[in-house]
Design a protein around this ligand. Structure first.
Ligand code: FPP
Length: 225
């Protein structure tokens, strides 16, 4: 599908996606959950490419691993991190060539060593890129992010570097994980569930929400357009 005639002024600056339905897709195709996640990684590639082509999208936030996802089987958790490591190994050079910056939201320090190192390398390598920011939520929960921001603000106040009178919206937002990104204008959730699942609760305050019945591994640029 070629690029449709979209009104550039109405394209979201920041698009956030809850990528849901890999497991259901796998079940429907008689495949393992791991194969579902593998197929989901192809959709990640497609959606990054489509956002890059649209040009007007400045940031794409992807919910890849939530703080709740640790409750899945050890096998599935390790599959997801193996997939992430493989994805970076295959895609990092091209992301960099495409002038795409990679950032992370969430508690990176608790990730498996290799995944943490690879994500740090991806962030460092692409830090100066400007065409699109791909912001990956990893070991991320919005309540956890908000609590960490509150703690950081409290520590600054106790240390005398911040007057509690100066704590306002902007001050709070500045203590979240990726303060330089604009708030998402649009949230897309695939697979039909009408829930936020602890994703970007502060930043999504004014976002429009689109829930599609499409399962994430079937999501392509047509769905995005
Ligand atoms: C939801 O499907 C998806 C996830 C928990 C993980 C998302 C991960 C990927 C798309 C793979 C790789 C990601 C990157 C950034 C390379 P589900 O398992 O909850 O599906 P279900 O609700 O149908 O069981």
């Amino acid at each position: 599908m070629s690029l449709p005639a979209l009104d550039k002024a109405r394209i979201p600056r920041h698009l956030a996606i809850i990528m849901d339905g890999n497991g259901r897709w796998a079940e429907r195709h008689g495949m393992s959950r791991a194969a579902g996640h593998e197929a989901g990684a192809k959709s990640v590639r497609a959606v990054i490419k489509a956002c890059r082509e649209l040009e007007a999208v400045e940031a794409l936030s992807l919910y890849a691993f939530s703080t709740e996802n640790w409750r899945r089987s050890r096998f599935e958790v390790s599959t997801l991190f193996r997939l992430l490591i493989k994805y970076i190994a295959i895609e990092l050079d091209e992301l960099h060539e495409q002038n795409i910056r990679v950032t992370v939201m969430g508690r990176l320090e608790d990730l498996p060593e290799r995944a943490r190192q690879d994500m740090r390398e991806a962030m460092e390598k692409t830090a100066g890129n400007t065409a699109l920011t791909v912001n990956v939520a990893l070991n991320y929960g919005a309540r956890d992010e908000i609590v960490r921001a509150a703690r950081a603000i409290a520590n600054e106040a106790v240390a005398g570097r911040l007057d509690p009178k100066d704590i306002d919206d902007a001050c709070f937002a500045a203590h979240l994980d990726q303060p330089e990104l604009p708030d998402p204008d649009l949230l897309i959730r695939t697979s039909g569930e009408m829930r936020l699942s602890n994703f970007m609760l502060w930043q999504l305050s004014y976002a429009e929400i689109v829930v599609l019945s499409t399962l994430w591994p079937d999501f392509r640029k047509e769905h995005l357009y």
